[in-house]
Design a protein around this ligand. Structure first.
Ligand code: NI
Length: 168
């Protein structure tokens, strides 16, 4: 197992779309294990493969707060959504930014596990929000795209300043 480096905004790789997983082999299993280890090391609640520079439709979550409930969603698709609510989000790839975005607070999802088995599940609350956030990464979207224009412009300006001053 290995902890993977996380790509950070405004790196253009975060805009790349990820490919569906077709082969459920040991290499995929290794990726899933590495994503879970990275998720737990960073104490985040969700992580997608493209954030770790792997452009496959894989995401992991753990909402337990004590690293005891890692969940894996491969080739996820949302089957149904509740009415949306306003929720506060942050992202490992956009350090230091917290913002309110609109998300469905209940979803029904279909995905595959690491063995390729298809499953369907109802998700609620932060789990539903987290999976939608990570699914955005699979199509090159970031939660900051969903913030107000004013917040986005300020964010872009501060990212450009950090870049020109050589900050990481
Ligand atoms: Ni994120």
């Amino acid at each position: 197992m290995a902890c993977l480096p996380i790509i950070e905004y405004p790196d253009p790789r975060l805009r790349q779309c990820s490919e569906p997983v077709a082969i459920f082999d040991a290499e995929l299993g290794q990726l899933v294990d590495d994503l879970i280890e990275t998720l737990h090391a960073t104490k985040a609640i969700g992580l997608s493969a493209p954030q770790a520079n792997v452009f496959s439709q894989v995401l992991v979550t753990d909402l337990s707060g004590n690293a005891s409930d890692p969940q894996v969603y491969i080739n996820p698709e949302i089957l149904a959504k509740s009415v949306p609510g306003l929720v506060e989000e942050s992202c490992l790839s956009v350090p230091g930014v917290v913002g309110n975005v609109v998300r469905a607070t209940q979803i029904r999802i279909r995905a595959q596990d690491r063995a390729g088995e298809i499953f369907e599940r109802n998700l609620e609350g932060m789990h539903a929000v987290c999976v939608q956030h990570e699914m955005d990464h699979l199509v090159g979207k970031l939660f900051v795209d969903r913030l107000s224009l004013f917040r986005r412009l300020r964010l872009r300006a501060s990212a450009a300043r950090a870049h020109s001053s050589g900050a990481a």
